[in-house]
Design a protein around this ligand. Structure first.
Ligand SMILES: [Zn+2]
Length: 701
């Protein structure tokens, strides 16, 4: 139903009170946040843990402060970029930057998941410390955060991201907008038949265009610009001419495309005379697997294909140029490095260590915050909770140290990275002493790095404690710090995950019938995977087969009681099946788990409307408008409800706003005319009435 048609239909109902039809038409037909299904499993467990950490930035600023451009290109393997030796020629623009900068040939991600890895990059802390180890887990205020620290030191800050996965408001990255003057996200739900790149994702070209628009307005004062290009992430689908040119390897095509749009950014920086003086940092959040160890994509395993990433720094002035650092380094080291280069002292709480000493010899008597001046071996810790959170299997941890890669899982693994760089020969049984030693070291490291969170106890934000308590949660930082609940080794199940991922992508692409058949096979083989129930429930829901959808979704809620999304989807299916009474508590549960999401409140309002709970409806709409002042629907309906409640003065600003937001809406003008009329402002009333008539006439065939 079109917006206009919805409003026209709604008009007749408004006379008698408020329209149930219009509310539900607006909210639920738009089914606003059908989030990327393959990512559903990750958008879970919003509540449950609060980071206990204190942090007090010391305001020490030294000139000069360079402009900083931080570029993250998602999902880019180290072996695909020219500056790390790839012969494929995909990254000429980045290669040119690399010639003028410092290249880290062995940089490692701490977690092979987008949101979690970006949290590590920006906080300089490990996932076991920052707790942003899952999609949707909030980046809490007590964590050190590079953008907000730079902002406090006078930097203008802007973020331009390419995916809902890094959207702080409507996506999986709550708290990531802290300290940013501009955070350009604003992704929406992808409905069947709609364009991926106009909803949940944005192509790199568009991200860069937005960034360049912002950049063109910057005059004076240092800035921190973060650009995130999501393109290389699956599905691999580059635009032309890269699509044709890389038809046999579209993943490479995505990387080539991303590099080409970065060329545009770099050229603009050069044209504006900003390039030479800027600090440019480029990295990928994680790599991508193509079946080397059975996995496709990323998130489950911790081998080099998903953790070895490009990392490059071009320093202000371009010195040193062409420097290559062969020691292992970590993305957790990026924030302390940038802080040091910006002349901002690194808070003790940051766990990474500045990389500056690696190319700059130590100055006698001067120490570097957060790290030693000597270039010592840096063990690389990484982890993924994704197997556990999404599938109930064991999480995996890894430690790279000396020549070894050690992997902690129910079946431990050990590889000699010098002799066996692609990790094909597991030495754990033949070198059991080494295996056990590294296992102990890993446990110790993890305990030490996680316990500093608990040790610095806990200045949990009181507001958060209160909020969590109001929702029935206890604020604590004790959830899942080490002990695994899952005992199944993901190695034994990886093929299931690959099949499942393909099925989830089919759901996302509205190929429901195909997806259902695959999901049912997965469910038959592995009945314990919550996401299959949710995905099947959703697929049946989209096909309007609620009899089949509801049992699946009920099981999903049982298996994933903390998930906002499962409650939401069950509520939605119940709503469409006509069981409003049962739908209400599901939407309430969803709101409780994600209280800052305006559209959820709007959705709950629509359910209350169906139940004739007028006061509750109005309350939820008030919250929706508060959270999202520019929401046309919420303003319009709330305004109309206030009118019918005999409060034209309160209604007026809502309806004026609605007209401002959608000047082409007949109903907005009609309702506003009514409000003016009730308030005795006859001239304005007739003006609005005329506009409504004019628009109405234009609409009629
Ligand atoms: Zn990513």
């Amino acid at each position: 139903m079109s917006l206009q048609a919805g409003c026209q239909a709604g008009l007749t109902f408004f006379g008698e009170g408020f329209s149930r039809t219009i509310v539900s038409a607006y909210v639920l037909n738009s089914a606003f946040f059908m989030m990327i299904l393959r990512q559903l499993a990750w958008i879970i467990l919003l509540a449950g843990s609060a980071v206990a950490a204190t942090f007090s930035p010391q305001k020490v600023t030294r000139a000069p402060r360079p402009n900083i451009i931080l570029i993250t290109v998602d999902t880019t393997r180290a072996d695909r970029v020219g500056f790390l030796g790839s012969p494929r020629g995909l990254t000429p623009n980045l290669d040119a930057v690399a010639k003028q900068g410092v290249v880290f040939t062995r940089a490692y991600s701490q977690v092979p998941l987008t949101t979690a890895s970006h949290a590590t990059i920006f906080t300089g802390t490990y996932p076991q410390f920052n707790r942003v180890n899952d999609f949707g887990a909030p980046l809490t205020k007590d964590l050190p955060y590079l953008p907000s620290m730079l902002h406090e030191h006078g930097y203008k800050t802007a973020a331009f991201v390419g995916s809902v996965i890094l959207d702080p408001v409507r996506g999986a990255a709550p708290g990531f907008d802290r300290g940013f003057d501009v955070y350009d996200a604003g992704f929406t739900t992808r409905l069947p038949g709609t364009d991926r790149y106009k909803t949940e994702e944005r192509r790199g070209g568009e991200v860069i265009d937005h960034a360049l628009t912002w950049l063109s307005k910057q005059h004076g004062g240092p800035f921190f610009l973060w650009v995130h290009l999501y393109d290389p992430h699956s599905p691999y689908d580059p635009p032309e001419p890269f699509k044709a040119r890389y038809a046999s390897d579209p993943y490479d095509g995505e990387i080539a495309y991303a590099d080409s749009v970065l060329g545009k950014l770099l050229n603009q920086l050069r044209a504006r005379g900003l390039y030479d003086g800027a600090l440019i940092a480029m990295m990928s959040d994680h790599g991508e697997a193509f079946g080397e160890h059975g996995e496709r994509e990323h998130g489950i395993f911790l081998y080099d294909e998903t953790l070895h990433v490009p990392l490059l720094l071009k320093l202000p002035g371009g010195h040193p140029a062409g420097k290559r650092i062969e020691e292992r380094v970590r993305l957790v080291d990026v924030a302390p490095t940038i802080l040091q280069l910006a002349g901002v002292s690194t808070p003790q709480i940051m766990q990474g260590e500045s990389l500056v000493a690696m190319w700059k010899p130590a100055q006698p008597g001067k120490s570097t915050a957060g790290g030693s001046q000597t270039v010592a071996e840096r063990p690389v810790y990484a982890e993924t909770d994704y197997p556990e959170r999404a599938f109930g299997w064991s999480p995996i941890r890894s430690l790279r140290t000396g020549k070894y890669l050690f992997i902690q899982a129910p079946r431990k693994e050990l590889y000699d990275q010098l002799a066996d760089p692609s990790a094909e020969h597991d030495l754990s049984s033949t070198a059991s002493a080494v295996t056990e030693t590294l296992s102990g070291r890993l446990d110790e490291f993890r305990q030490k790095t996680a316990s500093s969170t608990e040790g610095s106890k806990p200045r949990v934000d009181p507001e958060l404690v209160e909020k969590l308590a109001a929702l029935g949660y206890v604020a604590s930082s004790d959830s899942k710090t080490g002990a695994s609940t899952g005992t199944v080794d993901p190695k034994d199940k990886i093929e299931i995950i690959n099949i499942l991922r393909a099925a989830l992508l089919q759901v996302d692409d509205a190929r429901y019938a195909e997806a259902i058949s695959v999901l049912q096979q997965v469910q038959a083989k592995e009945p314990g995977i919550p996401i299959t129930y949710l995905a099947l429930g959703n697929a049946f829901s989209w096909l309007k087969d609620y009899d089949k959808a509801l049992p699946q979704l009920r099981i999903a809620v049982e298996l994933f009681p903390h998930s906002m999304m499962t409650h939401y989807q069950l509520g939605l299916a119940l709503f469409h099946a006509g069981d409003f009474q049962a739908a209400a508590p599901q939407f309430e549960a969803a709101v409780a788990r994600s209280p800052r999401w305006a559209d959820l409140h709007f959705s709950l309002a629509s359910v209350y409307a169906r139940l004739d709970r007028e006061a509750d409806t109005r309350k939820e709409l008030e919250i929706a408008v508060q959270l999202k002042p520019d929401d046309f629907r919420a303003n319009l309906i709330l305004g109309r409800m206030l009118m019918t409640a005999g409060k034209p003065a309160a209604a007026l600003p809502r309806l004026e706003k609605a007209v401002k937001l959608q000047p082409g809406s007949v109903d907005a003008h009609l309702f506003l005319a009514d409000a003016y009329s009730k308030l005795g402002q006859t001239e304005k009333a007739s003006r609005e009435q005329m506009e409504a008539d004019r628009l109405g006439a234009a609409e009629r065939p």
